[in-house]
Design a protein around this ligand. Sequence first.
Ligand code: SF4
Ligand code: SF4
Length: 378
Amino acid sequence: MQKNKVYNWQLNRDMSYVYEEARPEKQFAAVFDINKCIACQTCTMACKQTWTTGKGQEYMFWNNVETKPYGFYPLAWDAKMLDLMGMQKWDGDKYAGKTIFEAAPKGNITQGYMPEELDYAYPNAGEDEPYGEGIKQGDYITMPHRIWHFYLPRICNHCTYPACLAACPRKAIYKRKEDGIVLIDQKRCRGYRECVRACPYKKSFFNKITRVSEKCIGCYPIIEGGEQNQCVKVCIGRIRLGGWLSAPDKADPSNPIDYLVHVKKVALPLYPQLGLEPNIYYIPPVHVKAPYMKQMFGPNVDKAIDAYKDAHKDETLLGVLTLFGCAEKRIKRYEVDKEMVIAYDSEGKEIVKVPLKDPVFIRPFHDKTLNVYRHNIT
Ligand code: SF4
Ligand code: SF4
């Protein structure tokens, strides 16, 4: 069934897929800096209020934020997938295991499973639950932390090789040429739920009332107007930056997403080994032990973390990281000049200009005019 060979740059090899390689003109993408997420769920609520307030959508979270390692939505989605896939391995930068397309049982397009209704009943399971050894008297903090957890915000990855699209027997799912956003044609869908079974990230949902499947639409009406997605705009922690990602051989260092993913390689895909070439990228948390991080983000985690820790020595990286949460418009290009980062939209218009370091003003401890003493002078 998987007759075509396509190139997956995240695996650094060709892989089998149902359809031929067809990259869009521009690929919708975003980078989430996990080090800054506080699990306030503002993104979850903004997405819910914008897109999933209808009947049958009550349980849907196109955007959710789960605590790792014990949080999941739906329950145990990644643990179940990893279990189904069994032991796989990387050979350096090259994936030497099977993808979900290559590991598909006979007669199926992908390896996968259908969640049960109760799996969706605990969206905040495991919230704030840490992993690790108990704290003993005299313990102090070391890096990576011995007791840790982190928050993982998730939306549909608008994958380059979507499993939902591959598995749909009605060809109701399509990837838009102009921006790579993956959509379900509600009129063609007959609610067979093959997309729900196939998507390893479990980001396609079945609506029991309308009897068709639904998923994150990448806020396409907002994107078409040149703006950032709802979840990016509202993010309290300013952890998100939306934009466009080029194929690695066409990477443009002046595009902030290309810079983070392809040039500096500080942002990594989620479970790349599954083979979908997902397009939401994560800056991994610096305080978490390497084996868990490598399983989740691939073999280049250590390098990504080292580059991120050294950002204060790298003006360009610092500049791009400063852009997170700074603009409502989508950024096409940026430049760093005289300790400022300047971002431009697709028409070349300046959108925002931000200093790399916040200016500090020091007021006198003793204010002679008012004859008062200040304890807070900065
Ligand atoms: S994350 Fe799932 S629903 Fe989204 S494009 Fe990929 S396979 Fe489809
Ligand atoms: S709004 Fe931002 S900081 Fe808050 S949970 Fe969502 S991603 Fe994390």
